[in-house]
Design a protein around this ligand. Structure first.
Ligand SMILES: [Zn+2]
Length: 157
């Protein structure tokens, strides 16, 4: 699935990228550009703006209205509509910052690039080949898994 998200949807964009989806996002794209790109690149437009939703529908663009609710409920709604898998799979994950597929990086290569305590505590690291951001399943990992579980619970209701 390829998406383009409006400028209000930075958080859900990062989630979808982490779950492996190609999401174009920039806060500088106006409604007209969002619709044009969705059309030319065959992306589904995600928006929480009712007016943009209406315009896109009229123009024949695939569009999904993202309700203003918790992250977990948004994910559940997306999963219901697009079969977004609510399981984390690092083999398909994209960089939440720039949408590029992340790749495993050997531990010896991250020395000096992450805090020393992190380097000594964790063994698995990933790097974004584009923006060079390094990722590991750190303290925030528990919260990510908890949100995904919450989303799966909504979905099964
Ligand atoms: Zn990146």
């Amino acid at each position: 699935m390829k998406f383009i998200a409006d400028g209000m949807l930075g958080k859900i964009t990062r989630w979808l990228r982490m779950l492996g989806h190609d999401v174009k996002y920039s806060r500088s794209l106006n409604d007209e550009r969002l619709i044009e790109i969705a059309k030319s690149e065959r992306r589904t437009l995600l928006t929480s703006d009712l007016e943009l939703y209406r315009q896109a529908t009229v123009r024949g663009v695939k569009v999904f209205f993202v309700e203003r609710t918790t992250g977990a409920k948004k994910l559940a709604n997306l999963a219901r509509r697009f079969k977004v898998k609510l399981e984390f799979d690092v083999n398909v994950s994209r960089c939440p910052k720039c949408n590029t597929r992340i790749k495993p990086i050997p531990k010896e290569k991250i020395i000096g690039k992450v805090p020393e305590t992190t380097a000594s505590y964790y063994d698995e690291f990933w790097e974004c080949p584009n923006c060079e951001q390094i990722y590991w399943q750190g303290a925030h990992w528990g919260r990510i898994q908890a949100t995904l579980k919450e989303a799966r619970d909504y979905l099964s209701k």
